[in-house]
Each structure stands twice: as structure tokens, then as C-alpha cells.
Design a protein around this ligand. Structure first.
Ligand code: SF4
Length: 218
């Protein structure tokens, strides 16, 4: 897709959507990103899980344990019970405890501020690492989840098979001035308008710039 079309898409979504710190986002309102560690745990628990379930699990968990030391000390069954609202809670219990042990042993209980060190932690993939770098350490990498992956492929901004591949490309084609908050605008557009089952193209502010419309009419 041409640079001018990509820039125009960002221009419109950046005007249409607020950034999370301005719009009373539920994640913020429930304190899930009040510390880098809480944000890391919440992001790691969020894979294949609706954000409402992540919030429910994290509010319960952080009321009991909110540091790597506290979570590492929790009994496995207790931790499992606390994070039960999220998908794959059995596997995530093991991963979360290992991640906490790694944070204590490698980083003195602090969340490391490099993508490489984040990716080396148990249960942390590219999306989570990019989210933490972006929201907690001032980075401008665009984290890509399934909503963003779907939407960017429909528009024609990327033509990819996986969220990881989408992240690689979108991070190179996004104009620098939009990178910092691109995730926030794109995830809102993907979740509210360019929805999984039936995109609301008739309400879409980038309809005239989107390839999906052209493909659908053939
Ligand atoms: S026009 Fe339709 S498919 Fe394209 S971005 Fe908008 S909602 Fe998604």
C-alpha cells in the first residue's frame, strides 16, 4: 500500500480515537498498568483471553500478591484459583511462577527495560514485550494482537499470515509520528468497528482507503 494511503489511515484513526490515558480505559481504571510488573503480568495473562476476564483475574491476584516475590511464594493451587478466569490458567500458573523466579534471579525483582531481556522471560512473546516497552519504557514498537492483525490485513496495509509477521511489517511502514500510540488507535478500531465476524464497514472512517471493500465487491 502506498505511503500516502497509510499516512491518511493513521491521520484519521488518530483523530477518531483517544489514547488509553485519556479515555478511562478499563485496564488503567483497574490499576493493571500501575507498575511495570502488574502490566507485564496482565499482558502475559491476556493471550487468547477477553480483556474483561483478564481484569477480573488481575484484580483478584493483585489484591493478594502484586510483586514477583509475593507471586513466587503463592501456592500453585491458590494462584490457579486466582487466575482461573483466563484461558489456559493451568499453563499460565506454571509460566507466571517461573517468570517471577526469573525476574528475581536475573533482575533483582525488577522488570527489565529491554525487548531482548523481556523476550527471554517465561511466557513473554513479541506482543507482550512490545506492549511493555511501549507503555512502560517509552518505546514506540507497535504491539500486534489478533484484532490489529485482522484489521491490518483487511485494509491491505499488510498481507500476512501471523500477528508476528504483521508486527514486523507494520513497525517498518508506520510513519514515525504515529508509532507511539498506533497500538491504542488500531486496537480500538479493530475491536469496535473492524470486528471479527462482521466488520461495520458502513460506519468505518477509513472505508474509502480499505482494500476489503474492493475485494468484497468482486
Ligand atoms: S472498511 Fe470494513 S474491513 Fe475495512 S477497516 Fe473498515 S471496518 Fe474494517
Amino acid at each position: 500500500m502506498q505511503e500516502a494511503r497509510i499516512a491518511e489511515i493513521y491521520h484519521r484513526v488518530s483523530n477518531a480515537y483517544q489514547i488509553f490515558s485519556e479515555n478511562g480505559n478499563e485496564w488503567e481504571a483497574n490499576g493493571l498498568n500501575s507498575t511495570p510488573f502488574k502490566n507485564l503480568v496482565a499482558a502475559a495473562l491476556s493471550t487468547v483471553t477477553h480483556s474483561k476476564r483478564v481484569i477480573r483475574a488481575c484484580v483478584a491476584l493483585f489484591a493478594v500478591a502484586s510483586t514477583p516475590e509475593e507471586i513466587a511464594k503463592l501456592d500453585d493451587d491458590r494462584l490457579k484459583e486466582l487466575i482461573k478466569p483466563v484461558a489456559h490458567y493451568n499453563r499460565k500458573t506454571i509460566q507466571l511462577k517461573e517468570m517471577c523466579r526469573q525476574l528475581i534471579q536475573r533482575h533483582g525483582g525488577e522488570v527489565p527495560a529491554t525487548r531482548e531481556a523481556l523476550l527471554a522471560l517465561q511466557g513473554v512473546g513479541p506482543k507482550v514485550a512490545d506492549l511493555i516497552m511501549n507503555f512502560n519504557f517509552g518505546g514506540d514498537a507497535i504491539a500486534v494482537d489478533t484484532h490489529i492483525h485482522r484489521m491490518l490485513n483487511r485494509t491491505g496495509m499488510v498481507q500476512t499470515k501471523s500477528a508476528e509477521e504483521t508486527a514486523e511489517i507494520i513497525n517498518t511502514i508506520t510513519p514515525a509520528q504515529y508509532r507511539k500510540h498506533a497500538h491504542e488507535w488500531l486496537i480500538q478500531h479493530g475491536g469496535l468497528i473492524c470486528t471479527a465476524k462482521k466488520p461495520k464497514c458502513e460506519e468505518c472512517i477509513i472505508r474509502d482507503l480499505c482494500d476489503y471493500q474492493k475485494l468484497a465487491s468482486h
